[in-house]
Design a protein around this ligand. Structure first.
Ligand code: GLN
Ligand code: ZN
Length: 746
């Protein structure tokens, strides 16, 4: 029985990948040094693989993104980047002024670059991208390394043309153009000695698979030794999948439970390898290897040849727990990051092949998960289990709340506000770092934060905003900030994961029951409110986002965890109210992205996600509850959003405002206040008053004036003050102009 692993994080133990990229971009290292550095990192990765597993990818270390690699290899290089001139063009496509669009990779927090088709189609292939890396692996003696590339179907399904996903007809037509080039790329790799080629086809698990096209593509590639990797869910066309003329197929048996039923029902062809994704590649917990061995034995009844594998690429796990020194021992013991997953696979195989010496070790992994769960907190469990329907409902309906709130707040038409954060400057980051590292005493740190808050309150008053914020200066990350203050969370020191390019984040780990030992935000918010007559928004991160941007605990439903977090947030809401806060915003940017890949699972997800938000936001009727979402496609989920029962929502609309307005027309029951982001904070460009007015006018065509707020589309923390000030001035003037036009009419 062989072991295949893939997706080892690109970052490297010391985040060398990030450093190298950023040094290259800023001109601190030459192209030659950059390439050398990448080769060294790739060699380190290959050695890690080779120490544990039999088969692993070569050239997996993309210099930015694997989708971009394939786009370049097959020559899908939009006109504006022509002529293609190696690395400089590559990075122009990735992060230049008119870079390719970036969007979420399936249900992960990674963002890929969207391949862009344009007419007339002119493909200028650059096949060396894979070839050089494969040859390097071979030259270094890694003969079991297989080239690894995204499959043609996934590539096409995730492509866009003129900003829209390809239609089935376009996928077919472009597939025809893609095939001969794709064949050549593979052929060259085979000629160079590749015994097998790993083809990633996660799009096979998406809804509405184009099965005949998939059949056609793979029959056209049948002369090559391909190993198909599917993951993140079960494949809905199993009988047709296993007929494809490939040497092996990977199935996810962790996220794709239905794969197990399919194999039991239809069997598995004798002439193919079943690459059994049994070790969870998405979460950070060690497996019960006794149970895993049983699972594999069950699969052996149907499949003659089995390779062991992780359920999905290991890319979105931290690299190793070996460097974590601050995680409590009982939690640490139960963790398994990417490298540890490789060791688990090896141990599992040894156990399956009857090696006596590993028995005790494997049985210990089962024992780990017996007995009392970690971080048990009886009062929290009690609170969750005694929740009843009324805990999810605000007693006073919106129509009445809105009256109370307008008396309480006395806001003008088209109130102006921001989403929460203001620029996080270098000095601020240095301040937080010093505090974190213990070189700045808490009292001094807090005094500095207060100074910043006072400044930003004065700043907003001078600008003339209507609802103010405290600026979020004490927060580095909107999830980690709360995770650090809640029980049941472990925070890693080095658990960085790539978000895109060289950008990294650290997801907290939920290991136990979540509860709030003491107020988390009241001090700063109440201080901010004490400085002004205008309302200051209390800023909280919502339960669904905290959950979705953390690693979920083992053996507990997401619904349960979401309610625990929601209760902690609800307590915070109550404390903010008691401190005199009249407006509270509960951010849920990850509300949409947490939705399962298959639409048939949406109603269940949104059922508890909506309830979790409602539980968290069960405020007094006169408290105005805001929510904020961004980066989402709202169109398909407007009714779920409405059910969240907030009073006001701010959403990103600068990119999708046209369609969104149409959507509201099709949802006539919409009665909540809404701030359509009037400009894109992701761009350094300063929006003109006219462009902002245009967004306000578009919104006025779809919704009554009394529902409309005016705000940027997200927090301002990544912008500079020089950009923020003129942008907000224009925004406030545009709101004023809209008010005047209403007065003129009446
Ligand atoms: N309140 C947060 C901020 O302003 C919201 C961030 C987000 O939506 N991602 O930074
Ligand atoms: Zn946002």
């Amino acid at each position: 029985m062989q072991i295949l692993a893939y997706g080892l994080p690109r970052l490297g133990e010391k985040r060398q990948y990030k450093t190298l990229l950023e040094r290259f971009w800023s001109g601190k290292v030459s192209e030659t040094e950059f390439l050398k550095g990448m080769e060294a990192l790739e060699k380190e990765r290959l050695s890690t693989y080779a120490a544990f597993v039999d088969i692993y990818p070569a050239g997996e270390l993309s210099y930015y993104d694997p989708m971009l690699d394939l786009a370049v290899a097959v020559g899908l290089i939009p006109q504006r980047f022509q002529p293609y001139e190696g690395l400089s063009s590559y990075f122009q496509m990735a992060r230049g002024a008119q870079a390719l669009e970036m969007t979420k990779w399936f249900n992960t927090n990674y963002h890929y670059l969207v391949p862009e088709w344009e007419e007339p189609l002119k493909l200028t292939p650059q096949p060396d991208i894979y070839l050089q890396k494969y040859e390097h692996a071979k030259a270094e003696g890694f003969h079991n390394a297989m080239p690894s590339l995204i499959g043609p179907y996934t590539f096409l399904r995730l492509s866009k043309k003129n900003g829209h996903s390809l239609s089935a007809e376009e996928i077919e037509r472009y597939g025809e153009a893609l095939l001969p080039i794709y064949q050549k790329v593979i052929q060259a790799l085979q000629k160079a000695g590749a015994q097998g080629i790993l083809i990633h086809e996660p799009a096979f698990v998406l809804d509405e698979p184009l099965v005949p096209l998939i059949g056609y593509l793979y029959h056209s590639l049948s002369q090559y030794p391909l190993y198909l990797l599917t993951y993140y869910e079960a494949v809905d066309f199993y009988p047709r999948l296993v007929e494809l003329p490939v040497k092996g197929i990977a199935l996810d048996f962790v996220a794709g439970g239905a794969n197990r039923e399919a194999i039991a029902h239809y069997g598995f062809p004798e002439d193919k390898v079943l690459i059994a994704g049994v070790i969870d590649g998405r979460n950070v917990w060690r497996a019960d290897l006794v149970a895993k061995a049983k699972e594999v034995e069950a699969l052996q009844r149907y499949a003659k040849q089995i390779w062991l594998a992780p359920s999905a690429p290991l890319s979105f796990l931290p690299l190793t727990k070996a460097v974590e020194k601050k995680i409590p021992a009982p939690v640490w013991e139960r963790l398994s990051f990417a490298k540890e997953k490789l060791a688990e696979l090896r141990l599992l195989r040894a156990y399956l092949s009857g090696e006596e010496e590993v028995r005790a070790e494997v049985e210990a992994t089962a024992a780990l998960w017996q007995g009392e769960p970690l971080g048990l907190h009886a009062p929290t469990r009690q609170r969750v289990s005694s929740l009843t329907e009324k805990d999810f409902i605000r007693e006073v309906p919106y129509a009445e709340r809105v009256r109370l709130q307008s008396q309480h707040l006395n806001l003008p038409l088209f109130p102006t506000t921001t989403i929460g954060s203001f620029p996080q400057t270098e000095d601020l980051r240095a301040l937080r770092k010093a505090y974190r590292e213990g070189t700045l005493p808490e009292s001094e740190y807090k005094a500095k934060i207060r100074e910043k808050i006072a400044e930003v309150i004065r700043y907003q008053e001078e600008l003339g905003l209507d609802v103010l914020v405290h600026g979020e200066f004490e927060r580095s990350d909107m999830v980690e900030f709360f995770a650090e203050r809640l029980e049941g969370f472990a925070i890693t020191e080095h658990g960085w994961v790539l978000s895109y390019g060289s950008r990294v984040y650290r997801a907290p780990i939920i290991y136990g029951d979540v509860w709030r030992p003491k107020p988390m935000t009241v001090e700063e918010i109440a201080y901010a409110q004490s400085l002004t007559q205008k309302p200051v928004k209390g800023m909280l991160t919502g339960p669904v986002t905290i959950l979705n941007w953390s690693y979920a605990p083992p053996h507990k439903s997401k619904e349960e965890v979401a309610y625990e977090i929601a209760l902690a947030i609800q307590d915070e809401v109550r404390d903010l109210e008691a401190a005199g806060i009249k407006v509270i915003q509960i951010d849920e940017p990850a509300f949409r992205e947490g939705a399962p890949l298959k639409q048939r699972d949406w109603p269940e997800y949104f059922r508890w996600a909506v309830r979790a938000f409602r539980l968290a936001s069960r405020a007094l009727p006169q408290t105005q509850i805001h929510s904020h979402m961004c980066y989402s496609e709202f169109e398909s989920i407007l009714s779920y959003i409405w059910e969240m029962d907030f009073d006001v929502i701010s959403i990103e609309a600068s990119r999708s405002k046209g369609t969104l307005v149409e959507e509201f027309k099709r949802f006539p029951q919409w009665d909540r206040q809404i701030g359509l982001g009037v400009y894109d904070i992701h761009s350094p460009a300063i929006p003109t008053e006219e462009s902002i007015q245009a967004v306000i006018e578009a919104a006025r065509r779809a919704l009554p004036d009394r529902l409309l707020w005016v705000n940027p589309d997200c927090g301002l923390k990544t912008r500079r003050w020089e950009e923020v000030t003129p942008a907000l001035k224009n925004m406030i003037q545009a709101a004023q102009a809209a008010r005047e036009s209403v007065q003129a009419k009446s």
